[in-house]
Design a protein around this ligand. Structure first.
Ligand code: SAH
Length: 261
């Protein structure tokens, strides 16, 4: 029996209905599939049943990587590596479907990294990733809600996002302390052009620094009270950060970028 390592956020999915549901969220047959953090291979078995074309696993834990090797000999490729250290675009020549039930902090980190790195052509068909429910709620949040903020604005920039389902702690072994949610991401065909994603990060960071206050202060801080930008984007400075829609933030990042160039 393999002992779960807390340091690697190991909570293995054991609920068969959930495992089945996860593999039904995307086409797998004859597709390239990447699974990150396969652990003891529970989800891996379900994915294999659907006959992917090329199937690659990336698992950081050496012990687990060896036991996956024994379990799925010749059926999968295994990289014993840290997903955060990998250049995602080097892995496949064709588009890939990504599944990941990773530690929660890694899910968020990898998603941000991948969004920042994304060029005009996408290397994936879709991403199916597990998050802590609170974080998932922030990712999918709409304007005028308390969850709306940096994470939703940055993720919505290049991705369509859907919640597949919420998942209770009982679906895992060992049981995590919090609820989880599975999210499905697919590339947007058209997205707002911002050359450097750091500008979007900066604008959202400054605006949401004080989310209950009016946006007058953060706006002036970034744009020196530039009336031209204000008129162009038709922004009311008496609003709060959560009242501005996605598009307005992308436009603000664009204007900020031109200012600082
Ligand atoms: N997907 C499996 C296991 C989930 S536990 C299941 O649903 O049952 C999370 C897994 O991610 C563990 O196997 C852990 O070793 C692995 N992991 C943690 N950090 C990682 C990283 N940075 N890169 C790759 N794998 C990682």
């Amino acid at each position: 029996m393999i002992r779960a390592k807390k340091s690697l956020g190991q909570n293995f999915l054991i609920d068969k209905n959930i495992l089945e549901k996860i593999t039904n969220t995307a086409k797998i047959y004859e597709k390239n599939v990447l699974e990150i953090g396969p652990g003891t291979g529970n989800l891996t078995s379900y994915i294999l049943k659907k006959k992917p074309k090329k199937f690659l696993l990336i698992e950081k834990d050496n012990q687990l990587a060896i036991s996956l090797e024994n379990q799925f000999k010749n059926k999968v490729e295994i990289l014993n590596d840290d997903i955060l250290q990998i250049n995602e675009t080097d892995l496949f020549n064709e588009k890939v479907t990504v599944f990941g039930n990773l530690p929660y902090n890694i899910s968020t980190e990898i998603l941000s990294k991948w969004i920042v790195n994304l060029k005009d052509s996408f290397w994936f068909e879709c991403l199916i990733l597990m998050f802590q429910k609170e974080v998932a709620d922030r990712i999918i949040a709409e304007r005028n809600t308390s969850d709306y903020g940096r994470l939703s604005i940055i993720c919505n920039w290049k991705l369509n996002i859907k919640k597949v389902c919420d998942i209770k702690p009982e679906a895992f072994y060992p049981k995590p302390k919090v609820d989880s949610s599975l999210l499905f991401f697919s590339p947007k065909k058209k997205f707002f052009k911002i050359s450097d994603p750091n500008n979007l990060e900066k604008v959202t960071r400054v605006f949401f620094n004080q989310r209950r206050k009016m946006i007058k202060k953060p706006f002036n801080q970034l744009f020196n009270g530039d009336k031209r930008v204000l008129n162009k984007l038709k922004i009311d400075l008496n609003l709060r950060p959560q009242n501005l829609n996605f598009e307005t933030y992308y436009k603000l990042a664009y204007e900020y970028e031109n200012l600082t160039r």
